[in-house]
Design a protein around this ligand. Structure first.
Ligand code: 5RP
Length: 295
């Protein structure tokens, strides 16, 4: 067996080929050239083929946290944001109860369940079948991997189940790298988690921005990486984080609290979109945010 990896500076330098983009022959998304038509079509709904990137709105927080701040009323908060984002990421319960079926944006469906903030978060199972996700017209399904946590193995089994079942229907899988309370969100940990689930077979990965070393996390992950927003930050800081992530190779954001809990969520969704798709600098996007807020 190979030894556990050494930390950087521990006598073994790595070579991530920073600055050499991975080739994407025949299809715009990293690591996706050899997928089938259905997978590619669903991924093209989530990622804008023109920019190659996506703004996903994450509002699945209630499945572990209950009515989190800013998301107490999904029916009031989310529908006005839909025109300004590319993709919805949510549970089936939130989708069916609060989002009108006329919506034309793709859905990434949270399929894991079994834990809440009151207990061990890694103790999850799969609660939504692929057939149910298909019946709800999902464009991808998702579960989290809790690397290094008590139920690491079970969370990897959950992802494997979705990958295996999804393969029969051309259904892509988003792997979320969850971070437990005791885990450090550094490049070494996130790089390991992202690579493990990419090799397991997820089609895109959601992780946290980290510095230093985010570029290496992205380079070591052979499929698209999107970032979560994490805890609510001042709007300019959230735009700076999104900008750094895109600049260092992320293919978008899957952001929740920093959009729906912003002072003006619709303006923030548009400002984040300007960073992701038009490569606005953070200050420029913040100016846009303030202009839109006045309206
Ligand atoms: C948790 C998730 C959430 O969707 C994620 O935390 C994104 O939301 P935020 O930007 O608020 O962190 O996947 O596992």
């Amino acid at each position: 067996m190979p030894d556990a990896d050494k930390p950087r500076g521990g006598g073994e330098e790595k070579n991530y080929g920073i600055g050499i983009p991975m080739e994407t022959p025949g299809f715009f998304l990293k690591g996706s050239a050899h997928l089938n038509w259905g997978m590619k079509n669903r991924l093209s709904q989530i990622f804008n083929p023109k920019s190659g990137r996506t703004v996903m709105l994450a509002f699945d927080h209630g499945y572990i946290m209950g009515p989190t701040t800013g998301l107490e009323r999904i029916d009031l908060v989310v529908p006005p944001l839909i025109p300004h984002i590319d993709c919805l990421m949510c549970t089936r319960g939130a989708l069916r109860s609060c989002i009108g079926p006329e919506v034309r944006k793709p859905v990434v469906m949270r399929c894991s369940t079994g834990a809440t903030v009151l207990k061990e978060l890694s103790n999850e199972t799969i609660g939504v079948t692929i057939e149910e996700a298909l019946a709800l017209n999902a464009s991808a399904v998702t579960a989290q991997a809790c690397i290094g946590a008590e139920f690491e193995r079970e969370t990897l089994e959950n992802l494997s189940y979705l990958i295996n079942e999804g393969a029969q229907y051309g259904m892509p899988v988003l792997g979320v790298t969850a971070v437990g309370k005791e885990m450090v969100r550094d490049a070494r940990y996130l790089g390991l988690a992202c690579r493990v689930i990419a090799e397991l077979g997820v089609h895109f990965v959601k992780t946290y921005y980290c510095e230093p070393g985010f570029e290496e996390v992205v380079a070591g992950t052979p499929v698209p990486v999107v970032i979560a927003g994490g805890k609510k930050l001042p709007e300019l800081d959230a735009l700076k984080m999104a900008h750094k992530a895109i600049d260092q190779g992320a293919m978008g954001v899957d952001m929740g609290r920093n959009i729906f809990a912003a002072d003006d969520p619709a303006a923030m969704a548009q400002a984040v979109g300007a960073v992701v798709h038009q490569l606005f600098k953070p200050e420029q996007a913040f100016e846009l945010y303030n202009d839109l807020r006045k309206k």
